[in-house]
Write a protein that binds this ligand. Structure first.
Ligand SMILES: [Zn+2]
Length: 59
């Protein structure tokens, strides 16, 4: 059983996303943190999340 929330695009209600992980580095390299981008496959709307701070679960 899955308890996951399904991600839905706020623009087109599509539920298919491309997941990309990235990293934001500050100029000084001290506050680098990982971000996750979920890109709507339909309209290319980009949702971004900070890792560990999202209400959604990603594998
Ligand atoms: Zn969309």
């Amino acid at each position: 059983m899955s308890n996951k929330k399904e991600l839905v695009c706020p623009l087109c209600q599509n539920t298919e996303f491309e997941k990309q992980e990235g990293k934001i580095d500050s100029k000084w390299g001290v506050t680098a943190h990982k971000i996750i981008l979920m890109i709507c496959k339909n309209c290319r709307f980009i949702l971004s999340f900070s890792k560990g701070r999202t209400i959604f679960d990603f594998d």
